[in-house]
Design a binder for this molecule. Structure first.
Ligand SMILES: [Zn+2]
Ligand SMILES: [Zn+2]
Length: 403
């Protein structure tokens, strides 16, 4: 069986690589109905990534998305999915759009609901000192997303099999015959309204606001308070990340343990503190989507020791958050693991193009002159090959020797 795992370069609306996850997994599946490629989409980056996602799916000749996973409610994971759903999945004027969605796992649509001004104020310490005008200003901008919220709700809740906020113990019917999916986190389900303050983050990231909400906080005091509230909420949201492990199954339904993929969303320390004792060696995976864009709260020695990855993918481009963290890159580099970054400017591990991995510039990309996808990293895995081979296209790196 062939499995393709593509880590798309996510960009902001100015076209610069940014933090943000957008991952597409395609594989041969023995669906009863017809032989076709199965497709899982995990997260969708910022809004503009909808184009990269659409282009990539078209390139892979995918028409049906069997499973869409929105790991958590942060914009760098979910905005692109929302935009994709609205532009390319929603039925318009009775005419079917390009893609059909079969299953969705992720935050309930309620999590996208705009927050009221009272609610908004409740997340900010000393909100009363700030003056209602400033708060209204932010709240109104957030409210502009209301239409978007309604549309997403409609698409997800009415037209598709819908499992909001999946957790470790939830019963989820099997979707695939040739791929096992294990849900490793989150453990608890925090009510959506408790993490909704996360939306503050959208209103608090200075430059980043431009991408999604067009808000600029010029008031330094307000900005500081909003940031403090956002940071707290952000951590809660990140630790709600759906973490899944994919393991291909052979013809007898047995797991191919040498070929495993771990997708961690933005899981931070607290989530790992649950996962490591709970799952132990079950966390072992060949390929690790490094959590939280390579932040030091997303990865530590204990994580690398238990997961034992060979390949580490960091979904980050140039960004103002300073991710990936230099210490995390060093930690991975010292273990001689291969690091890939979806954007430019990695600080350590100048070239990942050494070792026994076959690396080549994927020829099919030459014919596709789409700036949105040319830096995408693709792992191609053949589970029947005697030794698993990967090929990728980490264009963001300066290469030394490309075999
Ligand atoms: Zn993120
Ligand atoms: Zn996050």
């Amino acid at each position: 069986m062939k499995v393709n795992v593509a880590f798309l370069t996510t960009r902001d609306n100015r076209g610069d690589p940014q933090i943000g996850d957008c991952i597409v997994i395609t594989f041969d599946e023995r669906f009863a109905e017809v032989q076709r490629k199965a497709c899982i989409v995990i997260d969708g980056g910022y809004t503009s990534s909808k184009v990269a996602l659409k282009n990539y799916l078209a390139l892979e000749q995918i028409k049906i998305i069997d499973l869409m996973v929105a790991t958590h409610i942060d914009n760098d994971h979910i905005s692109g999915l929302k935009a994709f759903l609205i532009d390319y999945v929603k039925e318009k004027n009775g005419r079917k759009n390009k893609f059909e969605l079969r299953n969705y796992w992720g935050p309930a649509p309620k999590a996208f609901e705009p927050i009221s001004i009272t609610e908004f104020a409740s997340y900010i310490p000393d909100a009363n000192d700030l003056g209602i005008e400033e708060l209204s200003f932010i709240s109104q901008s957030v409210d502009e997303n209301e239409k978007l919220y309604d549309t997403v709700k409609e698409i997800l809740a009415e037209n598709h099999i819908f499992y909001p906020s999946v957790r470790v113990r939830d019963y989820i019917p099997e979707i695939f015959e040739s791929m096992a999916i294990d849900i490793l986190a989150p453990d608890k389900q925090i009510p959506d309204d408790k993490i909704k303050g996360q939306r503050l983050k959208e209103a608090s990231l200075g430059d980043d606001l431009v991408f999604d909400l067009e808000i600029d906080l010029t008031d330094a005091v307000l900005k500081e308070k909003v940031n403090a509230a956002a940071l707290e909420n952000n951590r809660t949201a990140n630790n709600q990340s759906i973490v899944i492990k994919l393991t291909p199954l052979d013809d007898n339904g047995q797991r191919i343990a040498s070929c495993t993929f771990l997708f961690t969303g933005d899981a931070e320390k607290e989530s790992w503190e649950f996962m490591i004792p709970r799952w132990g060696s079950e966390l072992e995976s060949e390929l690790l989507k490094v959590s939280h864009h390579g932040s030091r709260t997303g990865t530590n020695e204990a994580v690398l020791q238990i997961v034992k990855p060979k390949y580490c993918i960091i979904c980050a481009g140039k960004n103002r958050h300073g991710l990936p963290d230099e210490d995390v890159l060093k930690m991975i580099d010292e273990k001689n693991l291969k690091i890939f970054c979806t954007g430019r400017n990695p600080k350590v591990g100048e070239s990942p193009c050494t070792g026994n991995r076959i690396l080549r510039k994927c020829p099919r990309w030459d014919n596709v002159n789409k700036k949105h996808i040319k830096e995408t990293i693709i792992f191609e895995v053949d589970t029947n090959a005697p030794a698993m081979t990967y090929s990728g296209n980490p264009c963001g790196f300066k290469r030394r020797n490309v075999p």
